[in-house]
Design a protein around this ligand. Structure first.
Ligand code: NAG
Length: 130
């Protein structure tokens, strides 16, 4: 399953922290809509592991994790995901429940049911939009 380590990166900006969107570049700087310099402080959030779901969703509600990231001073998430999610429809169309069941991760599945029930029967590809 080494192929699962190949991942792409998506950056999510927390809009509540960055005030004036959209961002653009000015020479070597990232600037906001008003031309003010913006410094990105990004944290990694891994989603490219075998279950193909953002790590930690069996432990805490998604919203709680996002608020915690903001409270720690980060304004950006470097979200990793496997390219197979885009190139392999049979993987992308597995539901979160099916993905965890096929790996026999039943304890994690129960945790997701408790903490993030809205994504449990959603296809993996849709879980990224949650
Ligand atoms: C697509 O994903 C499924 C489910 O993980 C896997 O069984 C299958 O081998 C994959 N197909 C390819 C071509 O990688």
């Amino acid at each position: 399953m080494g192929s699962f380590t190949t991942s792409s990166i998506l950056l999510f900006l927390f809009l509540s922290v960055v005030t004036s969107l959209p961002l653009s570049t000015n020479s070597r700087w990232i600037v906001d809509n008003g031309g003010r310099r913006v410094k990105l402080a990004c944290v990694n959030w891994a989603s490219h592991m075998e279950p193909v779901l953002a790590e930690g969703l069996s432990k805490q509600p998604m919203d709680t994790i996002a608020k915690r990231i903001v409270s720690m001073g980060f304004n950006c998430v470097r979200f990793t995901w496997p390219l197979y999610l885009i190139t392999n429809d049979s993987l992308a169309l597995l539901t979160v429940r099916q993905s965890f069941q096929r790996l026999n991760l039943l304890e994690s599945l129960a945790g997701i049911q408790t903490n993030n029930p809205s994504i449990i029967d959603v296809p993996l590809i849709k879980a990224y939009q949650a």
